[in-house]
Design a protein around this ligand. Structure first.
Ligand code: FMN
Length: 221
């Protein structure tokens, strides 16, 4: 299986990238081929809104990294995206990439609404790994709704897997030991009783992510 991994956080040791690394470890154990990219290192222009993609079946913008990135996306069996939640949405570098997905789809305006038809048939698995400060995973709903919509419109055989890491403030926190988490919660004035359950929740989440990596990485095309 070919995997394209896209890291969306600018922070070193970010929680979302730790989640993605766990997924990739699982995939590697199954012998998958992985290409890893960081969204902030990619030179991707914002969508110009020209809608020429509806006619020419590709993005009309030239001179940035989209040509290569779009080929990498089309080539992958699994697209894994890790992202922090920024004001209920993707950080801007990732949002630029997502907006350019418009060029993968033909859109027709009808009396009853929009009809989306992808230029080619997609059969991919998408894995979205979110990290947010809030204990309420609904803070990531904006991202999840975008991804559910795009993944569905690109092909009925696509699959979407979503993981939410919650109450994650500082770098590396998802991997903290119980004592490290207690110290942090004392500093942040969060009830320390929560540290124990949050620690087991983080371990369980990372373990589920790893398992999905082993499972998807081992699948035959
Ligand atoms: C600009 C900005 C906006 C944020 N907006 C939200 C938000 O809407 N909801 C939330 O739960 N956390 C929000 N956060 C907190 C981050 O989502 C949180 O710290 C996350 O764990 C960072 O992920 P990372 O460690 O992968 O970089 C925001 C952080 C920043 C810097």
């Amino acid at each position: 299986m070919k995997i394209l991994a896209l890291k969306g956080s600018s922070r070193e040791k970010s929680n979302s990238s730790i989640m993605l690394d766990r997924f990739l470890e699982g995939c590697k154990s199954s012998g998958a081929e992985i290409k890893s990219l960081k969204s902030q290192n990619l030179d991707i222009k914002p969508c110009a809104g020209c809608l020429r993609c509806n006619l020419i079946k590709r993005c009309s913008l030239r001179g940035d990294g989209w040509g290569q990135l779009s080929n990498d996306i089309l080539d992958a069996d699994i697209v894994a995206i890790s992202s922090p939640v920024y004001f209920f949405n993707f950080p801007s570098e990732l949002k630029r990439i997502i907006d350019r997905f418009r060029s993968f789809i033909h859109v027709r305006i009808t009396e009853d609404g929009l009809i989306h038809t992808p230029w080619v048939k997609w059969r991919k698995k998408f894995v979205v790994l979110l990290s947010m400060g809030s204990p309420d995973e609904n803070e990531g709903a904006g991202i999840i709704n975008i991804m559910k919509f795009i993944v569905k419109e690109l092909g009925e055989n696509n699959e979407l897997h979503i993981f939410n890491g919650t109450r994650l403030a500082v770098r590396g926190q998802i991997g903290f030991s119980p004592d490290e988490l207690i110290n942090l919660y004392e500093k942040l004035k969060i009830p320390v009783e929560l540290a124990k359950s949050d620690h087991s929740g983080n371990i369980e989440l990372l373990s589920k992510i790893y398992s999905l990596g082993t499972e998807l990485g081992a699948e035959k095309k």
